[in-house]
Design a protein around this ligand. Sequence first.
Ligand SMILES: *Cc1c(COP(=O)(O)O)cnc(C)c1O
Length: 465
Amino acid sequence: MSDAAWGKVLAEIVGFSERIRMLPVVHQHDPSALRAELAESFTFGAPRDLAELTEDVIARLRGGLIHVTHPRYFGLFNPSVHEASVIADTLTALYNPQLAAWSHAPVVQEMEQLVLRTLTALIGFPEEGVHAAFTSGGAEANLTAVLAAIAHRCPESAERGVSAFTERPAIYVTDESHHSFLKAARMLGLGTGAIRVVRTTPRFVMDVDALDTAMAEDAASGWLPLMVVATAGTTAAGMVDPIPAIADVAARRGAWLHVDAAWGGAAAFSAKLKPVLLGIERADSVTWDAHKWLSVPMGAGMIFCRHPEAVHRAFAVHTSYMPPESGSLTADPYAVTAQWSRRAIGLKLFLPLAQLGVAGFAERIEHQAAMGDLLRVQLRAAGWSVVNDTMLPVVNFTHADITKGRITTRALLDAIYARGNVWFSDVVVGSGTERVLRACITSFHTTAEDVGVLVGELERVRGES
Ligand SMILES: *Cc1c(COP(=O)(O)O)cnc(C)c1O
C-alpha cells in the first residue's frame, strides 16, 4: 500500500466541494496537443511512484474537464455527487463485489433491493410483483423496457426473435424523446422504422390526439402497437408528457406504457414536485437514473417493471459454471438483466439515502427547483424571454438580439466558455428550427449568487458583442 498516494487522494476529496468553486468550469484543449503530450508523459516503460502519479493525475483532472460537479455548471443532466456516494464507490472499487449471482454478494444485493423497494413505493408501484434492477444508465433501462415489452407481447420472440411477430411492432415517441430508443430499435432488430414520431404541442409535450390518430392509421396499415413512451423530464426542455391521457390511449389500443423518467423521476421524492409525475403509477415500465437528479456518480440507472415474468423470459439463461440459485428472495441478476458481471451500482445510492433520508433528498431536489425558478425571474428581469413552461429546473430562453439575428447562440456561448465562469448550452426545442439557450440546475450546491453569475455573464457578453 502507498500511504502517500492515499494521502493525496484524501486531501483532494476532503473539502472538494468548496475547492471546485475556485476552478474555472470550462477548460479548452487543442486535441492533437493533448494527445501528444499524454503519449510523451506516459510511455508505460518503467515503473513509477504511485504518489507522484496520483498527484499528476489529480492535476490533469483539475485542468482537463468541463467540471460537471461545479455549482456553476448549468448543463446536461450531470450532477454534483453526494459525498456518501464517493465513499460508497471507493469501497465498491476496493471490495469489488460481484453481483452477477445473489450468493456472491448477499449483503449488497439486499442493500440494492431495499433501495429499489423504497423507490418503487415512491413511484406508486405495488409492493409485490415488480422487477426492479440497477442498470448502467437510462439507455440500458430503456433497452430493457423495449425487450420486456417484446417478450410480453410475443413470448415466442425469446427463441424466434422479431420474426415471430406477424405484424410489425411500433414504438410511439416524440421528437423530444430520448434518442436511446433509436439505438434500442436497432439493437433489438426492429429497425428505426419502428420508431413512430408523434407530433408535440406548442408546449413541447406529446399531442395525445395526434398519438391516437397515428396509432389508428398505423393499425389500419398493419402495424402492431407495441409501446408508447411518455417522457417525464425531456432532455431539451424538462417537460413532462401528459401521462394520464397517454396511459388512457395506450390502454385502449393495447400498447405497453413506458415512462422514461431518467431525470424527472427525482420529483417523486418531493411532495411539492410529485404532482408532475401523476399517472406514472400506471406505467408498465419506468426508467429512472440515479446518476442524474439523484446526484450519484455515473453510471447508475434503474428499471422498474410490473411484468417480472416478461423480463425473466427476455433474459433467462442457465449454465453450469454459475453458482446454483441459493434460495434467495430475488432471481440471480445475471439471469434477469442485460449485464453479466455486475458492479455494486446501488451502494452509491444506498449510502446517501441512509445518511440524508428521503426528506434530505427532497430538500436538495426542491432547492434545485427553486434555483430554476429564480433563474427564470432573473432572466425575465434582464430582458430575456423564457420559452418553456415547467416546474422542473430546465430553462429554455432567448433574447430579441438572438431572434433578430444580431447574435447567434453559438457565438454567445463561445464567448462565455472562453471566460470559463459558467457552462450551459443551446438546443432546438419542439418543431422549431431556431436555437435557444438551455440552462439546467444540476448541482445541489448551486446558490442564488451562482444564478446571478450566469445572468451576469449573459448580459456582459451580449453587451460586448
Ligand atoms: C439521460 C437520459 C437517457 C439516457 O440515459 P443514460 O443514463 O445517459 O444512458 C434516456 N432518457 C432520458 C429522458 C434521459 O434524460
